[in-house]
Structure formats: structure tokens, C-alpha cells
Design a protein around this ligand. Structure first.
Ligand code: PAF
Length: 282
């Protein structure tokens, strides 16, 4: 690996130099606490770019006041090692005070797509995400940016922002990486107690059940969602935040299971909130 860069101006100068050398920069924005899912994003970035920048920044503006910003796991040493071993050339790890200095007043806000699902449960979340991702784009000057499908709505929102703000950046999306028992990899899985961890695959199980029902002819979204709720209630102590079957492009909720569907859900285990999703076409 070349370097860990904390200074914004230095990252910009480095990115400019790389671009002038004709190198194609790929960026993988992360909040650290890297797991196999992130390492997959880095692997894919390597295939699409000549030089890979991994940003590691726990972004305060995307956390709600009662969310886990302060306890979010941070270990730059470990993350740098993992990122380096997975083919990162530069780690960009700015300080909060340099990303949001006193007097900071500018935000990027995508409308509509941010009003439902995660946006409804976590007001202001996507405003924080698009703002920081926009900043990371303007600092790292990438030709390609790699995101994970685990955060399906985030992908849709970032895609809309790239289009609307004319960012000259190719968006590459990687499939969800799962544990052997189906649980989607997430930095938040470390919060789960042993018992919660054993129940957490219920998100994936409920999606698999929904897919089965829809593929065998069920067309009522309400009925499918009811079956998912029952499965979760029967097999876990998880509390459903939302379950949605929506159009995968507009994210509008559907009555009838037809077209390209995004099945998504959020479930709380104690104070830990897990999400999962799948896209299927009928
Ligand atoms: O997906 C995440 O980890 C974050 O939302 C992102 C894209 C790094 C922005 O802080």
C-alpha cells in the first residue's frame, strides 16, 4: 500500500497527480470496521480501476441523535491492514473536524427516494450519506465508485445523486456477502449477543420465504409481508421496524408482486437494528 492520508488537501493533490498520470481511480467509501463484504468491494474496485482509494470515516451527519455514532466500532490500524491486504493503494481517513469544520453549512439532499424505508425510519440519514459521499467524491476524484447492495436504498439514492449532480463517476454495485447461515455481513453484527446472533438469520430466512411464495404464484404483497412477519415472530425475539415490497427503481410500495421487486426489511434485536434485502423480477 502507498499511504494512509488524513489530510484532505493532500488527498486531493494525490488524486490529481494520479489522474494526470492517466490512472483510473476507484473509491470504496466505508465507515471502517471492515468485514468480508467490504473486502469484496475492494476486490471489485481493483478490477475496475488502476488505483484503489478506501475511505474510512464514521460520518456523524448520517446518524440520528439516538443512534450508535459514539459506540460505532473504530480501529484504523486493523482496518488499514485489512484494506491493504485486499489491494487498497491509499486509505483516506480524515478527522471529523476537517470534514465538518466550524461554520460548515452545506448539505446534499436527494428528494423522493429518501422519503421511504430507511429514510422514514431514520430521518436525515440519507442527507448525511449523500453529503459525505459527495465530499468523498470531490476529494478523491474517482472514475468509479463501488458500493454494496446490502444498503439497497443507499445505492438507489447515490445513483440518483450521481445523475442529478453530474458527477462523472461510474457506479459499480456488489452483491450482498453473507455468513454461512445467511446473515448479511454488517459492521453492526458485532453488537449482537450470542442469542441474538443465533436468531439474526431470520431476516434472510424471511426473504427466502417471500421469494418462494412469490415464485410459486402469490401476488398479494400484503399476504407475503404477513407471512414474513409471522416467520420472524415465531423464530426470534426480533422486533420488525418495517417490511416492504417495492418497485426496485422508484422504491414505491406495491400491492401486487409484479415487475422488478425490492423486498427489504429492518428488524431490531435489542438496540441493534439489522437490515437485509433481495431484488427479484416477476
Ligand atoms: O455504507 C456506508 O458505510 C456509509 O453509508 C458510507 C457510504 C461510507 C457513507 O458514510
Amino acid at each position: 500500500m502507498e499511504a494512509v492520508i488524513k489530510d484532505i488537501a493532500e488527498m486531493q493533490r494525490t488524486a490529481e497527480r494520479l489522474r494526470n498520470q492517466g490512472r483510473r481511480i476507484g473509491v470504496v467509501p466505508t465507515m471502517g470496521c471492515l468485514h468480508q463484504g467490504h473486502l469484496k468491494l475492494l476486490e471489485v474496485a481493483r478490477k475496475h480501476a488502476d488505483v484503489v482509494i478506501t475511505s474510512i470515516f464514521v460520518n456523524p451527519t448520517q446518524f440520528g441523535p439516538t443512534e450508535d455514532f459514539t459506540r460505532y466500532p473504530r480501529d484504523l490500524g486493523r482496518d488499514t491492514q485489512l484494506a491493504s491486504a485486499a489491494g487498497t493503494d491509499y486509505v483516506f481517513a480524515p478527522e471529523t473536524e476537517s470534514m465538518y469544520p466550524p461554520g460548515y453549512h452545506t448539505y446534499i439532499e436527494v428528494e423522493r427516494l429518501t422519503e421511504m424505508l430507511e429514510g422514514k425510519s431514520r430521518p436525515g440519514h440519507f442527507r448525511g450519506v449523500t453529503t459525505v459521499v459527495g465530499k468523498i467524491f470531490s476529494i478523491t476524484k474517482p472514475a468509479v465508485a463501488v458500493f454494496g447492495q446490502k444498503d439497497a436504498q443507499q445505492v438507489a439514492v447515490v445513483r440518483q445523486m450521481i445523475r442529478d449532480m453530474n458527477f462523472d463517476i461510474e457506479l459499480v454495485v456488489c452483491p450482498i456477502v453473507r455468513e454461512p447461515d445467511g446473515l448479511a455481513m454488517s459492521s453492526r453484527n458485532v453488537y449482537l449477543s450470542k442469542e441474538q446472533r443465533s436468531q439474526a438469520p431470520v431476516l434472510y430466512m424471511s426473504i427466502a420465504r417471500a421469494e418462494d411464495l412469490i415464485r410459486s404464484g402469490e401476488r398479494s404483497c400484503e399476504k407475503v409481508i404477513d407471512r414474513m412477519k409471522t416467520l420472524i415472530a415465531t423464530n426470534s425475539s426480533g422486533v420488525v421496524d418495517y417490511i416492504s415490497i417495492a418497485d426496485s427503481t422508484t422504491l414505491e410500495e406495491l400491492n401486487e408482486c409484479r415487475g422488478s421487486l425490492l423486498i427489504s426489511l429492518a428488524v431490531r434485536f435489542g438496540t441493534t437494528r439489522l437490515i437485509d434485502n433481495a431484488t427479484i423480477t416477476i
